[in-house]
Design a protein around this ligand. Structure first.
Ligand SMILES: Nc1nc2c(c(=O)[nH]1)N[C@H]1C(S)=C(S)[C@@H](COP(=O)(O)O)O[C@H]1N2
Ligand SMILES: [Mo]
Length: 296
Protein backbone atom coordinates (compact mmCIF):
# COMPACT_ATOMS: atom_id res chain seq x y z
CA UNK A 1 0.00 0.00 0.00
CA UNK A 2 2.74 2.42 1.00
CA UNK A 3 4.61 1.69 -2.17
CA UNK A 4 1.52 2.30 -4.34
CA UNK A 5 0.78 5.52 -2.52
CA UNK A 6 4.41 6.58 -2.98
CA UNK A 7 4.26 5.95 -6.74
CA UNK A 8 0.90 7.71 -6.98
CA UNK A 9 2.23 10.75 -5.11
CA UNK A 10 5.27 10.74 -7.32
CA UNK A 11 3.09 10.64 -10.42
CA UNK A 12 1.03 13.61 -9.30
CA UNK A 13 4.11 15.51 -8.21
CA UNK A 14 5.88 15.10 -11.54
CA UNK A 15 2.77 15.92 -13.56
CA UNK A 16 2.26 19.16 -11.65
CA UNK A 17 5.97 20.03 -11.92
CA UNK A 18 5.66 19.63 -15.66
CA UNK A 19 2.64 21.88 -15.72
CA UNK A 20 4.42 24.59 -13.72
CA UNK A 21 7.53 24.54 -15.86
CA UNK A 22 5.66 24.68 -19.18
CA UNK A 23 3.42 27.53 -18.04
CA UNK A 24 6.39 29.56 -16.78
CA UNK A 25 8.19 29.01 -20.10
CA UNK A 26 5.04 30.38 -21.71
CA UNK A 27 4.99 33.41 -19.41
CA UNK A 28 8.63 34.07 -20.23
CA UNK A 29 7.80 33.91 -23.95
CA UNK A 30 4.89 36.34 -23.66
CA UNK A 31 7.08 38.64 -21.57
CA UNK A 32 9.89 38.85 -24.08
CA UNK A 33 7.48 39.13 -27.03
CA UNK A 34 6.03 42.17 -25.30
CA UNK A 35 9.47 43.59 -24.53
CA UNK A 36 10.53 43.14 -28.18
CA UNK A 37 7.33 44.63 -29.65
CA UNK A 38 8.39 48.31 -29.88
CA UNK A 39 11.74 47.37 -31.42
CA UNK A 40 10.19 44.95 -33.91
CA UNK A 41 7.89 47.79 -34.97
CA UNK A 42 10.94 49.82 -36.09
CA UNK A 43 11.91 47.88 -39.18
CA UNK A 44 15.13 48.61 -41.04
CA UNK A 45 15.08 48.35 -44.81
CA UNK A 46 18.34 46.56 -45.56
CA UNK A 47 19.06 44.02 -48.26
CA UNK A 48 20.59 40.73 -47.35
CA UNK A 49 24.17 40.44 -48.56
CA UNK A 50 24.31 36.82 -49.70
CA UNK A 51 28.10 36.69 -49.60
CA UNK A 52 27.85 36.54 -45.81
CA UNK A 53 25.98 33.44 -44.81
CA UNK A 54 26.64 30.19 -42.94
CA UNK A 55 25.66 26.55 -43.40
CA UNK A 56 24.05 26.26 -39.99
CA UNK A 57 20.51 26.80 -38.76
CA UNK A 58 19.62 30.36 -37.72
CA UNK A 59 18.96 30.88 -34.00
CA UNK A 60 15.38 31.70 -33.07
CA UNK A 61 14.91 35.41 -32.29
CA UNK A 62 13.37 34.80 -28.87
CA UNK A 63 16.23 32.44 -27.92
CA UNK A 64 18.84 35.05 -28.92
CA UNK A 65 16.94 37.82 -27.09
CA UNK A 66 16.77 35.86 -23.81
CA UNK A 67 20.38 34.62 -23.59
CA UNK A 68 22.71 37.60 -23.50
CA UNK A 69 25.93 38.75 -21.96
CA UNK A 70 25.52 42.37 -20.91
CA UNK A 71 27.26 42.80 -17.58
CA UNK A 72 26.06 46.40 -17.20
CA UNK A 73 22.61 44.96 -16.40
CA UNK A 74 23.28 41.57 -14.77
CA UNK A 75 25.67 38.65 -15.12
CA UNK A 76 22.71 36.26 -15.52
CA UNK A 77 22.27 35.69 -19.23
CA UNK A 78 18.63 34.62 -19.10
CA UNK A 79 17.48 37.78 -17.30
CA UNK A 80 19.34 40.61 -19.10
CA UNK A 81 16.22 41.38 -21.19
CA UNK A 82 14.16 41.93 -18.00
CA UNK A 83 16.61 44.49 -16.58
CA UNK A 84 16.78 46.99 -19.43
CA UNK A 85 13.52 48.97 -19.05
CA UNK A 86 15.38 52.11 -17.82
CA UNK A 87 17.88 51.93 -20.69
CA UNK A 88 17.18 54.88 -23.06
CA UNK A 89 18.86 54.22 -26.41
CA UNK A 90 17.59 57.25 -28.34
CA UNK A 91 18.66 59.97 -28.92
CA UNK A 92 22.21 58.58 -29.03
CA UNK A 93 25.46 60.07 -30.24
CA UNK A 94 28.69 58.42 -31.28
CA UNK A 95 31.92 60.42 -31.07
CA UNK A 96 34.79 59.59 -33.43
CA UNK A 97 38.01 61.20 -32.24
CA UNK A 98 41.77 60.85 -31.87
CA UNK A 99 44.15 60.41 -34.81
CA UNK A 100 41.70 61.31 -37.59
CA UNK A 101 41.55 64.16 -40.10
CA UNK A 102 37.83 64.78 -39.53
CA UNK A 103 36.75 64.12 -35.95
CA UNK A 104 32.95 64.14 -35.62
CA UNK A 105 30.01 63.38 -33.39
CA UNK A 106 27.05 61.79 -35.13
CA UNK A 107 23.50 60.98 -34.12
CA UNK A 108 22.94 57.25 -34.57
CA UNK A 109 19.86 57.71 -36.78
CA UNK A 110 21.78 60.11 -39.05
CA UNK A 111 24.53 57.53 -39.23
CA UNK A 112 22.00 54.87 -40.27
CA UNK A 113 20.79 57.18 -43.06
CA UNK A 114 24.32 57.94 -44.29
CA UNK A 115 25.93 54.53 -44.10
CA UNK A 116 25.49 51.58 -46.52
CA UNK A 117 23.42 49.32 -44.28
CA UNK A 118 22.85 45.68 -45.20
CA UNK A 119 21.88 42.40 -43.56
CA UNK A 120 24.53 39.75 -42.89
CA UNK A 121 24.06 36.33 -41.33
CA UNK A 122 27.01 35.72 -39.00
CA UNK A 123 28.07 33.16 -36.45
CA UNK A 124 28.73 34.49 -32.95
CA UNK A 125 30.94 32.42 -30.64
CA UNK A 126 31.15 33.32 -26.96
CA UNK A 127 34.36 32.50 -25.07
CA UNK A 128 32.09 30.49 -22.73
CA UNK A 129 31.71 27.91 -25.55
CA UNK A 130 28.15 28.64 -26.65
CA UNK A 131 27.30 29.92 -30.12
CA UNK A 132 24.47 31.32 -32.21
CA UNK A 133 23.73 32.35 -35.80
CA UNK A 134 21.86 35.63 -36.25
CA UNK A 135 21.02 38.12 -39.01
CA UNK A 136 22.63 41.45 -38.11
CA UNK A 137 21.85 44.70 -39.91
CA UNK A 138 24.68 47.18 -40.03
CA UNK A 139 27.46 48.77 -42.04
CA UNK A 140 31.16 47.98 -42.39
CA UNK A 141 33.20 49.91 -39.81
CA UNK A 142 35.50 50.69 -42.74
CA UNK A 143 32.81 52.96 -44.25
CA UNK A 144 32.78 55.13 -41.12
CA UNK A 145 36.59 55.16 -40.80
CA UNK A 146 36.93 56.28 -44.42
CA UNK A 147 34.62 59.18 -43.61
CA UNK A 148 36.76 60.42 -40.68
CA UNK A 149 40.07 59.54 -42.42
CA UNK A 150 42.56 57.97 -40.02
CA UNK A 151 45.93 59.75 -39.90
CA UNK A 152 49.05 57.83 -40.94
CA UNK A 153 50.07 57.38 -37.26
CA UNK A 154 46.78 55.69 -36.29
CA UNK A 155 47.32 52.00 -35.51
CA UNK A 156 44.48 51.01 -33.19
CA UNK A 157 40.81 51.73 -32.54
CA UNK A 158 39.58 52.08 -28.97
CA UNK A 159 35.84 51.83 -28.22
CA UNK A 160 33.74 52.66 -25.17
CA UNK A 161 30.24 51.81 -23.97
CA UNK A 162 27.99 54.43 -22.24
CA UNK A 163 28.34 55.13 -18.50
CA UNK A 164 25.09 55.69 -16.59
CA UNK A 165 24.42 53.66 -13.46
CA UNK A 166 20.82 54.95 -13.30
CA UNK A 167 20.09 53.04 -16.51
CA UNK A 168 22.49 50.13 -15.97
CA UNK A 169 22.50 49.11 -12.29
CA UNK A 170 25.58 46.87 -12.41
CA UNK A 171 27.70 49.91 -13.26
CA UNK A 172 27.46 50.57 -9.50
CA UNK A 173 29.58 47.45 -9.02
CA UNK A 174 32.97 48.98 -8.21
CA UNK A 175 34.81 45.71 -8.81
CA UNK A 176 34.43 46.26 -12.53
CA UNK A 177 36.23 49.04 -14.48
CA UNK A 178 33.23 50.74 -16.13
CA UNK A 179 32.52 51.80 -18.79
CA UNK A 180 33.21 48.61 -20.83
CA UNK A 181 36.06 49.22 -23.26
CA UNK A 182 37.50 47.27 -26.16
CA UNK A 183 39.96 47.67 -29.00
CA UNK A 184 41.07 46.42 -32.39
CA UNK A 185 44.07 46.99 -34.59
CA UNK A 186 43.31 49.41 -37.41
CA UNK A 187 43.73 46.54 -39.91
CA UNK A 188 41.10 44.50 -38.01
CA UNK A 189 38.76 47.49 -37.87
CA UNK A 190 39.16 48.01 -41.64
CA UNK A 191 38.48 44.33 -42.47
CA UNK A 192 35.35 43.67 -44.58
CA UNK A 193 33.82 41.48 -41.86
CA UNK A 194 33.96 44.15 -39.15
CA UNK A 195 30.43 45.44 -38.76
CA UNK A 196 28.81 48.21 -36.74
CA UNK A 197 25.42 46.62 -36.16
CA UNK A 198 22.30 48.76 -35.69
CA UNK A 199 19.70 46.03 -36.20
CA UNK A 200 18.91 42.34 -35.90
CA UNK A 201 16.09 40.14 -37.38
CA UNK A 202 14.93 42.95 -39.67
CA UNK A 203 14.48 45.71 -37.06
CA UNK A 204 16.48 48.06 -34.82
CA UNK A 205 18.47 46.43 -32.02
CA UNK A 206 16.60 45.77 -28.79
CA UNK A 207 18.57 46.85 -25.68
CA UNK A 208 19.82 43.40 -24.70
CA UNK A 209 21.75 43.07 -28.00
CA UNK A 210 23.58 46.39 -27.48
CA UNK A 211 21.21 49.05 -28.83
CA UNK A 212 21.46 51.34 -30.62
CA UNK A 213 24.87 50.47 -32.14
CA UNK A 214 27.40 47.76 -31.35
CA UNK A 215 30.48 46.17 -32.84
CA UNK A 216 30.48 42.71 -34.46
CA UNK A 217 33.80 40.95 -35.12
CA UNK A 218 32.63 37.38 -35.87
CA UNK A 219 36.08 35.70 -35.96
CA UNK A 220 36.79 36.77 -32.36
CA UNK A 221 35.22 35.66 -29.07
CA UNK A 222 32.00 37.53 -28.35
CA UNK A 223 33.43 39.77 -25.61
CA UNK A 224 35.34 41.73 -28.30
CA UNK A 225 31.98 42.74 -29.87
CA UNK A 226 31.35 45.72 -27.58
CA UNK A 227 27.73 46.84 -27.16
CA UNK A 228 26.10 50.29 -27.08
CA UNK A 229 29.13 52.21 -28.35
CA UNK A 230 29.45 55.95 -27.59
CA UNK A 231 33.09 56.54 -28.51
CA UNK A 232 35.49 55.39 -31.22
CA UNK A 233 39.00 56.74 -30.80
CA UNK A 234 41.92 56.19 -33.16
CA UNK A 235 45.27 55.89 -31.36
CA UNK A 236 48.88 54.83 -31.81
CA UNK A 237 48.83 52.94 -28.46
CA UNK A 238 47.49 49.42 -28.04
CA UNK A 239 44.25 49.91 -26.07
CA UNK A 240 43.57 48.12 -22.81
CA UNK A 241 40.38 46.07 -22.70
CA UNK A 242 37.71 45.45 -20.04
CA UNK A 243 38.07 41.68 -19.70
CA UNK A 244 41.85 41.75 -20.04
CA UNK A 245 41.98 44.23 -17.14
CA UNK A 246 39.76 41.97 -15.00
CA UNK A 247 41.44 38.63 -15.85
CA UNK A 248 44.58 39.03 -18.00
CA UNK A 249 45.40 35.30 -17.99
CA UNK A 250 41.98 34.42 -19.39
CA UNK A 251 41.11 37.11 -21.94
CA UNK A 252 43.70 38.45 -24.37
CA UNK A 253 43.61 41.44 -26.67
CA UNK A 254 43.51 39.36 -29.85
CA UNK A 255 40.94 36.76 -28.69
CA UNK A 256 40.56 35.02 -32.06
CA UNK A 257 38.34 31.93 -31.94
CA UNK A 258 40.71 28.94 -31.82
CA UNK A 259 39.79 25.33 -30.95
CA UNK A 260 43.44 24.52 -30.16
CA UNK A 261 43.94 27.11 -27.43
CA UNK A 262 41.89 26.13 -24.37
CA UNK A 263 40.61 28.74 -21.96
CA UNK A 264 42.56 28.21 -18.69
CA UNK A 265 39.37 26.78 -17.14
CA UNK A 266 37.73 24.89 -20.04
CA UNK A 267 38.28 23.45 -23.51
CA UNK A 268 37.49 25.44 -26.65
CA UNK A 269 37.44 22.34 -28.88
CA UNK A 270 33.64 22.37 -29.31
CA UNK A 271 30.69 24.72 -28.93
CA UNK A 272 27.00 24.40 -28.00
CA UNK A 273 24.38 26.07 -30.20
CA UNK A 274 21.87 27.89 -28.01
CA UNK A 275 18.29 26.84 -28.75
CA UNK A 276 19.07 23.40 -30.19
CA UNK A 277 21.79 22.46 -27.68
CA UNK A 278 23.67 20.68 -30.49
CA UNK A 279 27.45 20.50 -30.16
CA UNK A 280 29.79 21.23 -33.07
CA UNK A 281 33.56 21.31 -33.36
CA UNK A 282 34.87 24.87 -32.95
CA UNK A 283 36.24 26.31 -36.19
CA UNK A 284 39.51 28.22 -36.36
CA UNK A 285 38.68 31.95 -36.68
CA UNK A 286 35.06 30.81 -36.19
CA UNK A 287 35.00 29.79 -39.86
CA UNK A 288 36.19 33.18 -41.18
CA UNK A 289 39.84 32.26 -41.86
CA UNK A 290 39.67 33.06 -45.58
CA UNK A 291 38.89 36.71 -44.73
CA UNK A 292 41.16 37.23 -41.70
CA UNK A 293 43.94 34.61 -41.42
CA UNK A 294 46.31 36.89 -43.37
CA UNK A 295 46.14 39.42 -40.51
CA UNK A 296 47.97 37.10 -38.08
N1 LIG B 1 29.20 46.67 -23.22
C1 LIG B 1 29.21 45.34 -23.25
N2 LIG B 1 29.41 44.71 -24.43
C2 LIG B 1 29.44 43.35 -24.49
C3 LIG B 1 29.28 42.57 -23.31
C4 LIG B 1 29.04 43.26 -22.08
O1 LIG B 1 28.86 42.64 -21.01
N3 LIG B 1 28.99 44.63 -22.10
N4 LIG B 1 29.33 41.18 -23.39
C5 LIG B 1 30.06 40.62 -24.54
C6 LIG B 1 29.92 39.18 -24.67
S1 LIG B 1 30.80 38.24 -23.56
C7 LIG B 1 29.20 38.58 -25.67
S2 LIG B 1 29.19 36.90 -25.88
C8 LIG B 1 28.36 39.39 -26.58
C9 LIG B 1 26.91 38.89 -26.51
O2 LIG B 1 26.11 39.54 -27.47
P1 LIG B 1 24.53 39.23 -27.56
O3 LIG B 1 23.97 39.34 -26.17
O4 LIG B 1 23.98 40.20 -28.52
O5 LIG B 1 24.43 37.81 -28.05
O6 LIG B 1 28.39 40.79 -26.26
C10 LIG B 1 29.65 41.29 -25.85
N5 LIG B 1 29.60 42.74 -25.70
MO1 LIG C 1 30.89 36.15 -24.47
Amino acid sequence: MDRRKFIKDLGIASASTLLISSSSACAQNTGVEKQLEPFRAQKLAAENNASFTVNRQMTDEVIAATYNNYYEFTNRKSTVWKKTDKFRTRPWEVEISGLVENPMTLDVDDLIKQMPIEERIYRLRCVEAWAMVVPWIGFPMKALLEKVQPKAEAQYVRMLTFLDADMAPEQQNVRMPWPYFEGLTLAEAMNDLTLLAVGIYGHILPPQHGAPIRLIVPWKYGFKSIKSVVSIELTDQKPRTFWNTLAPREYGFEANVNPNVPHPRWSQASERMIGTGKRHPTMIYNGYGSSVAHLY
